[in-house]
Design a protein around this ligand. Structure first.
Ligand code: NAD
Length: 353
């Protein structure tokens, strides 16, 4: 039987892809989003679906969250202040949204006995870069004065909260720990590496790689991540568990930049930028972060289907589409400006084709 899903952060990158998949299989979706990093345009494909509704508002609004959770069967809590840049530049806002917002959403899910999935992050593991990271690996964090660790801490609090509600109050809660997720519609504005490198490549600008570029990461396509989220939502046995979701195809950021150049046929070069020029002094990054995804593979036979090259091809195509839309918008703006200047000269507004 179809369910009604509340997706907090539903106008965001992952939320909008999840909404599409749920609607395609006949479920209803309400997206609650304050549009801080999310965009209405992410929801272009679902906006006219009669089973879809966007509510513009904040997870910090207790009454609104309460009403929406009451109206739905299942809650997917994705709303968060995200992206290294945003977190480093606005630590207070990030911390409040990520802790207080989750407290409100999880509290409402408990009040109405709704199933909830809480999105967490590989940032949980902090600087632990040893072996592929299993769900019970240690968290190794730096000083509280370093803003980056506030995101990790806030997300850890969210996990603890959801799991404590499960253990002590019987809430059906599952935690999805996402590693780097990429794909169409991911914004380059908040420090996400692939959207930024891809846009630099298609504009033939130097690709800026921070540090020595030898730090490595694993990137998973958003379609694979959404398949994992839906699988967890569909299985009651996931309740009370934490699952890593990510790819184990490891790549250094330098190599990533070179692959972006190659696949986009760009004439750009790679430019190494010291961390101290990119972020405030004292910024810490980890050399390596590889997930161990044995648990979710054994639980529901999940593993990523798309390779890094497919991820890059999708991200490049998406960035090119967006560039065309921006250029069209700029042309319309130019025509409007021309019309305004004519009007100002007393000639009268020209019709805009
Ligand atoms: P995103 O920024 O596209 O999505 C987050 C959404 O939350 C945005 O639409 C934003 O407008 C919304 N939001 C922020 N504050 C809000 C508030 N107070 N009330 C309502 N909405 C609010 O980012 P995303 O990559 O889609 O992230 C979704 C979730 O996945 C987040 O919880 C994030 O921590 C987690 N995650 C993402 C990644 C990744 O690589 N993309 C990795 C680890 C974890």
């Amino acid at each position: 039987m179809p369910n009604a899903y509340l997706i907090t952060g539903g106008a965001g990158f992952i939320g909008s892809h999840l909404a599409e998949v749920l609607l395609e299989r006949g479920d209803r979706v309400v997206a609650l989003d304050d549009l801080s990093t999310g965009r209405r345009s992410n929801l272009r494909r679902v906006a006219n679906n009669s089973n879809f509704e966007l509510v513009v508002g904040s997870v910090l609004d207790e009454l609104m969250v309460d009403e929406l959770v009451h109206r739905c069967d299942v809650v997917v809590h994705l709303a968060a202040a995200v992206g290294v840049k945003l977190i480093v530049e606005q630590p207070l806002r990030s911390f409040t949204t990520n802790i207080r917002g989750s407290e409100i959403v999880v509290g409402s899910a408990h009040r109405y006995r709704r199933k909830i999935l809480v999105a967490s992050t590989s940032e949980i593991y902090g600087k632990n870069g040893s072996e592929p990271l299993g769900e019970s690996a240690d968290r190794i964090l730096g000083a509280t004065s370093i803003a980056r660790w506030s995101y990790s801490t806030a997300k850890a609090v969210d996990e603890i909260l959801a799991l404590a509600y499960h253990r002590e109050r019987g809430l059906h809660a599952v935690v999805a720990r996402l590693f780097n997720t990429v794909g169409p519609r991911q914004s380059p504005a908040y420090g996400m590496v692939i959207p930024r490198l891809v846009r630099q490549a298609i504009s033939d600008e130097p690709l800026t790689v921070f540090g020595d570029g030898q730090q490595s990461r694993c990137f998973c396509h958003v379609a694979d991540v959404v398949r994992a989220l839906v699988g967890l939502l569909d299985r009651d046995e996931a309740s009370g568990e934490v699952f890593n979701i990510g790819s184990s195809e490891e790549v250094t950021i330098r190599e990533l930049a070179e692959r972006v150049i190659e696949r986009s046929k760009s004439s750009s070069t790679v430019s190494l930028v010291p961390y101290s020029d990119a972020y405030a002094a004292g910024f810490e990054d980890m050399r390596r972060r590889v997930p161990d995804t044995t648990k979710i593979r054994e639980f529901m036979d999940w593993s990523p289907r798309r390779s890094l090259d497919q991820i890059l091809d999708d991200a490049i195509a998406d960035a090119r589409d967006e560039l065309l839309i921006d250029e069209d918008a700029a042309k319309v703006r130019d025509l409007t400006d021309d019309a305004d200047s004519f009007a100002g000269a007393g000639i009268g507004a020209l019709p805009i084709a």
